[in-house]
Design a binder for this molecule. Structure first.
Ligand code: MLT
Length: 404
């Protein structure tokens, strides 16, 4: 008889954003006339940049010719895109990478989840709390998290509470941990870490033989000069860190799917190159991102593409400012929103985050994300995203102000 992976039975409920989508669909079915404004999942709303579309069209046409047709591509991405990434995202910031340290993929979410294939089940995994649920769920699925307790925590994970008291920054563990997930600008709090903070983590990882899994999917939203865009801006980080990046939030690719992961060759664990392991894993399990999509992503680095993408980011950043300032003026305690598309808002009168989520859905018809969905320390907060239209963002803030 076949046996299933019993770790799946340990997972509580459904994936956070699936649960929210279900709750919202149920609410809408009961209240069909309510016009909802969605500020829950971080899904973009602005169309792809014209430069991206032009490049994609051209690639589609090429695919219709004998000369320009592309079948299976390299699993790790075409060199035309990998070299643009190396030049534009890293060299420009003083980080030298070889193109074979860059692996193009269909999403940072998939890569963050798949990377666990490289690690032993007995590794101690440290996660921020609150945290992007993918890191936790995927380690739970592969048996590295233990059991899910009544306190909302997995028994084998090491939680790093990110609270108002510590500026929402994870503190260096007081014990030895093996895999450390860091995400800056942070999802969900929208907070950032400067070079001094990141250096502490690189030093810790070097001293303890740990690997940092650094998610910088939101780096395009950084405007403060002292906030690093990549962990590799910290000396020694290439020996200890893997970095995940995405075109989703940077260039509106949530539906188009393109991202990349950097696995430096200096990253060697137990005498084995993680770069070689990841290549091996990708070649066996992944057939690469479509040529057309990689051509679209390459256009993000053209002069025109850069300008257009910059405008889109500025648009969302303006929305984040509207949310942050509007809610602050209304007397709420808010965080993030400056180098990030996310605003982390404290619920009034210590309301539970699901209770406040329901309240905002019902009374303001605004969809948010309850902080508790990101971990126990997210209780008492909700997350709002800046990815809706400017008009809807202004309207949502006004509606929230009106009902409070
Ligand atoms: C989020 O809302 O946290 C993200 O959009 C989800 C994702 O990127 O997978």
């Amino acid at each position: 008889m076949a046996k299933i992976n019993q770790n799946f039975n340990k997972l509580p409920g459904s994936y956070l954003f699936t649960k929210i989508a279900k709750n919202v669909a149920q609410y809408q079915a009961k209240n069909p006339d309510d016009v909802l404004i969605k500020m829950g999942i971080g899904d973009v709303t602005r169309p792809l940049a014209p430069a991206v579309i032009e490049s994609m069209h051209k690639a589609v046409d090429e695919m219709g010719t004998f000369e320009g047709f592309h079948g299976y591509g390299p699993e790790q991405g075409y060199d035309f895109l990998r070299s643009l990434i190396v030049e534009n995202d890293y060299k420009s910031r003083g980080v030298n990478l070889d193109i074979d340290e860059v692996f193009v993929s269909d999403g940072a979410k998939s890569d963050c989840g798949n990377i666990v294939d490289l690690f032993d089940v007995d590794n101690v995994v440290a996660v921020c709390d609150p945290v992007y649920p993918v890191y936790v769920d995927t380690n739970a699925m592969s048996g590295r998290a233990g059991d899910f307790g009544a306190d909302g925590k997995w028994t084998k994970l090491y939680y790093m509470p990110c609270l108002e008291e510590n500026g929402f920054l994870p503190q260096i563990p007081d014990k030895k941990v093996d895999m450390i997930y860091l995400c800056f600008p942070n999802n969900p709090t929208g907070m950032t870490a400067n070079k001094t903070e990141l250096k502490k983590w690189v030093d810790y990882a070097r001293a303890n033989g740990s690997v940092i899994l650094f998610d910088s999917a939101y780096e395009a939203f950084i405007s403060d000069m002292d906030v690093p865009h990549s962990i590799y801006e910290i000396e020694g980080a290439k020996e200890v860190a893997i970095e995940f990046r995405s075109f989703s939030k940077t260039a509106g690719f949530t539906g188009t799917r393109c991202a990349y992961t950097v696995v430096p060759k200096e990253l060697v664990v137990e005498g084995t190159s993680l770069n070689a392991m990841w290549l091996r894993r990708q070649c066996s399990k992944f057939n690469g991102v479509p040529y057309v999509v990689q051509k679209a992503a390459a256009a993000v680095y053209s002069e025109k593409g850069k300008e257009e993408v910059k405008e889109t980011i500025a648009y969302y950043k303006k929305n984040a400012e509207v949310i942050y300032n509007g809610l602050k003026e209304a007397g709420f305690t808010v965080y993030g929103g400056v180098n990030s598309p996310y605003v982390w808002m404290k619920t009034p009168d210590n309301k539970g985050s699901w209770e406040f989520f329901d309240f905002l859905l019902d009374k303001a018809n605004v969809v948010t994300t309850p902080g508790e969905g990101f971990g126990p320390s997210g209780e008492g907060f909700i997350r709002l995203t800046a990815f809706n239209t400017y008009e809807n963002t202004v309207e949502a803030v006004n509606r929230i102000k009106k009902i409070m």
